[in-house]
Design a protein around this ligand. Sequence first.
Ligand SMILES: [Zn+2]
Length: 129
Amino acid sequence: MSRRPPRNLAALFDELNRSHFAGRLGGYVVRRSPITPASIEPFISGPPEVHRLATTFPQSRQIVIAGVLNVRPVVERRVLLHEMCHVAAEDEALFRGEHHGPEWRSEMYRLAREHGEAWAADEAKRYES
Ligand SMILES: [Zn+2]
């Protein structure tokens, strides 16, 4: 992880899709939401839980990342990988409304195991019941 991740979210999605998911995720539009009070609110009112920083909409095949000021590229990259694990989990689970179920967690553990993303295992553990 010596290279800075690109700030263009579509390019970052493509890069991570190739490097971390063998190119098997496709057909998603990734964008930043406008910077609004609602998108900044999680940072002001409480601990910035990653899942509040982005949402995946499987029906419209979109990932929307909160457009917040000064979010570090490394954080935005992790937020995107978290969402991409929802897509990879083929979310089934998203449609059932179980956002961080076993399929999603196993994708996160895979990123830790096979791609050196140790933070992903820590994050998945927080969702173990
Ligand atoms: Zn999530």
